[in-house]
Design a protein around this ligand. Structure first.
Ligand SMILES: Nc1ncnc2c1ncn2[C@@H]1O[C@H](COP(=O)(O)OP(=O)(O)O)[C@@H](O)[C@H]1O
Ligand SMILES: [Mg+2]
Length: 390
């Protein structure tokens, strides 16, 4: 009973936390589509939260320190490396409360933009201005390789705050499910454990701007959920790159697209983005073939043969892509149905415990499957591009 009571209290705290956030968010929500869909997502989360009450992870960001306005901006900036420019004439401003998701194909320059914003990568031209009161918490895409493997989680935090008591750090690390291993060196840690440690460090730094590049790649589902919850109630600004659509959908209010050397506002939600990508890919394909057939120098017949040959080569790939899209759509339908079931409060009754577990398991499986399928979908599109260029 004591255990039950403790769980109940934990759940009430989590709910209260979320509710406070929802109220605050609703109060300033605009008519923007993302804001609306985020309110819905929040309502959903509120119902799903109790089901994760057994999760070993419980952490949240503390109230961010005073923030400059703007926190950080780029003006007419050219970004890239000494031998090549990746993004040109970038103008963007991050103000307190900005919650930005970066969208774009692999290799488009999302990590390049992130590294520049953080200040790890120098500009090729233009201005980067950081406010006086800017505290960045940065989770890099390839951060795990940079972790000091000789220092335990405890040591990592102690280095940041030598004056904090050991017990306070232990309690904090407990929220990331580091208990006995809090004092072990991370040599034998799994990728997931290392990612958790990195995350703990970022949270400890009390950022007012959170910059995360693919944070969930090594995290299991429970941890992704815990991160989603923590980001929901984070009140600082953030920029997020992620393949995890659930995380994106639930954490950001606006999207920027990074593609073809440009950074632009994307006025739509994630589904619209996927449609937009597909549509522009299709249009590109046809215009490229048209251009070919209009070239006067080349023999028409030869041209037709080449076009047919290209179509023949592309067919197995486009077929696979359609199949994946159909499966993703089916899975999403099923996921929507599951979400509807989770909105019914009866499901959280003790008598339905087994059913709830089954549903959540199914949900986890479908989400994981879609994540994998989306990655395959990306790779197939890259293959398609390669074939078209040849
Ligand atoms: N250190 C580097 N030096 C030169 N080119 C790089 C470097 N890092 C990345 N690139 C190139 O910059 C482009 C954008 O990469 P990146 O920003 O990692 O894309 P994304 O994160 O969107 O997948 C790619 O063509 C990549 O090969
Ligand atoms: Mg990247």
């Amino acid at each position: 009973m004591a255990q039950q009571q403790a769980n109940y209290e934990k759940q009430q705290t989590e709910r209260a936390h979320l509710q406070k956030y929802i109220d605050r968010f609703k109060a300033k929500a605009t008519k923007a589509k993302q804001a609306q869909s985020r309110i819905k997502a929040l309502a959903r989360m509120e119902n799903i939260a109790p089901a994760h009450i057994d999760s070993p992870f419980h952490f949240s960001f503390s109230q961010p320190p005073k923030a400059s306005n703007p926190l950080l901006y780029l003006e007419d900036a050219n970004l890239g490396y000494s031998d090549k420019e990746i993004l040109t004439q970038v103008n963007m401003s991050i103000v307190p409360g900005s919650r930005i998701g970066l969208l774009g194909p692999n290799g488009a320059g999302k990590s390049t933009l992130i590294k520049t914003l953080v200040g790890d990568l120098a500009l090729q031209g233009g201005i980067r201005h950081a406010g006086d009161n800017l505290q960045i918490g940065y989770f890099a895409q390839h951060q795990l390789e940079a972790l000091d493997l000789t220092a335990s989680p405890m040591t990592h935090i102690q280095r940041l705050s030598p004056a904090t008591s050991e017990q306070a750090i232990r309690n904090f690390l407990g929220g990331f499910n580091f208990h006995d291993n809090a004092t072990e060196t991370p040599k034998n840690f799994s990728g997931g454990e290392k990612a958790r440690l990195e995350l703990a460090i970022v949270v400890w730094e009390k950022p007012n701007l959170l910059i995360m590049d693919e944070p969930t790649n090594h995290l299991d589902l429970e941890m992704c959920h815990a991160l989603t919850m923590a980001l929901q109630s984070f009140s600082g600004a953030m920029i997020l790159v992620s393949h995890d659509r659930h995380l994106l959908r639930n954490s950001v209010d606006e999207f920027l697209s990074v593609a073809e050397e440009k950074v632009q506002n994307f006025d739509g939600d994630l589904d619209e983005y996927q449609h937009w990508v597909l549509k522009s890919k299709r249009e590109n394909n046809t215009s490229r073939i048209d251009q070919n057939t209009n070239t006067p120098k080349v023999d028409r017949k030869e041209q037709r043969r080449l076009a047919a040959e290209l179509r023949r080569q592309l067919k197995p790939v486009t077929k696979k892509i359609s199949k994946i899209e159909a499966t993703i759509a089916d899975n999403e339908k099923e996921l929507n149905a599951i979400e509807a079931m989770l909105l019914d409060t009866n499901i959280y009754d003790d008598t339905n415990k087994k059913k709830l577990q089954e549903i959540l398991q199914k949900q986890g499986m479908l989400q994981q499957q879609n994540k994998t399928l989306e990655e395959q979908w990306m790779q197939l599109h890259e293959e398609l591009e390669r074939l078209e260029k040849n």
